[in-house]
Design a protein around this ligand. Structure first.
Ligand SMILES: NCc1[nH]cc(CCC(=O)O)c1CC(=O)O
Length: 309
């Protein structure tokens, strides 16, 4: 018999977009089911405020996590829930990823009121995305398309699409599915067509490194395979100095205990042809996953990709 013991309440710091709130509430529900009492602390980040410029121009991924880390630092919150795609490869000193949860669909989705697939788009159609990765991969598939910037949270992007500013947009399938917007997905891109971003579709829980108590409490939420996969993907990104200002894709897929890791790199101006590389290894530990990522990054560089300094 287990003795009931009052667990200390847990506060989750979260951005206030619908997707961020869904993710925080998801973690809250899982922890509540395990007997914790959990509350949410909503906050607005610089990344949410600056909507008129592309992320690569205003400071990149860190913009969405900084304020949350300050809340952890000051003890106002215990956990920050992140879409791992938005989390810089190196966390600031004093912070760690307590765990990575089971990954949603990592693929990109094609969303359009009038067309079912990228192939159906007429010559020169306008496609909205501010992601440099999506931009260079789209141009590789369809050089005729006109790519226009598109920022804002998922709902804002869908509204801009519906207002007729774009013939189609590309969003992460995971975000749409989490928000119950599956029906907006006209088709998904297979990874061979449009390679996903490192960490896309996976949630990571960030804590202060000194909170061993939380590490233990969160351990049951970890998903081993997802953690290994995104560790390999994020190692590619780390080794390339990847950020929002570099078109970089890294995506792992399993067959048995073999992890196949594919990566693609494009130069910022879109002048050079895409560089692709891949590797495969039997991966059982986070260190082995990291090593696979570094090996694939080395192959990218050997094939002409240039790491940021
Ligand atoms: N950059 C914003 C962002 N960060 C995470 C997701 C989707 C959900 C996920 O990847 O977990 C999105 C939206 C998008 O790219 O369409």
């Amino acid at each position: 018999m287990t003795t009931a013991r009052a667990l200390p309440p847990i506060v989750i710091a979260t951005r206030e977009s619908q997707l961020a709130l869904w993710q925080a509430e998801h973690v809250q529900a899982l922890l509540t089911a395990r007997g914790h009492s959990v509350s949410l602390l909503g906050m607005t980040t610089r990344g949410d405020q600056i909507l008129d410029r592309t992320l690569s121009k205003v400071g990149g991924k860190g913009l969405f996590v900084k304020e949350l880390e300050v809340a952890l630092e000051e003890g106002r919150a215990d956990i920050a829930v992140h879409s791992l795609k938005d989390v810089p490869m190196e966390l600031p000193t004093g912070f760690s990823l307590a765990c990575v949860m089971e990954r949603e669909d990592p693929r990109d989705a094609f969303v359009s009121p009038h067309y079912a697939t990228l192939d159906e788009l007429p010559q020169g159609a306008v496609v909205g995305t501010s992601s440099l990765r999506r931009q260079v991969l789209l141009q590789a598939l369809r050089p005729d398309l006109q790519i226009e910037p598109l920022r804002g949270n998922v709902q804002t992007r869908l509204r801009k699409l519906d207002e007729g500013q774009y013939a189609a947009i590309v969003l992460a399938a995971a975000g749409l599915k989490r928000l119950g917007l599956h029906e907006r997905i006209r088709s998904v891109f297979e990874p061979d067509q449009m390679l996903p971003a490192a960490g896309q579709g996976a949630l990571g829980l960030e804590i202060r490194s000194d909170r061993q108590d939380l590490r233990d409490a969160l351990a049951p939420l970890a998903h081993e395979r997802s953690w290994l996969t995104v560790t390999a993907e994020r190692a590619v990104s780390r080794a390339m100095g990847g950020s929002c200002s570099m078109p970089l894709a890294a995506h792992g897929q399993w067959s048995g205990d073999q992890l196949r890791l594919q990566a693609a790199w494009g130069d910022m101006e879109g002048q050079l042809p895409l560089v692709r590389a891949e590797g495969e290894a039997c991966v059982r530990t986070l260190d082995e996953a990291d090593a696979l990522g570094l090996a694939v990054a080395a192959r990218l560089r050997a094939a002409g990709a240039v790491a940021a300094c």
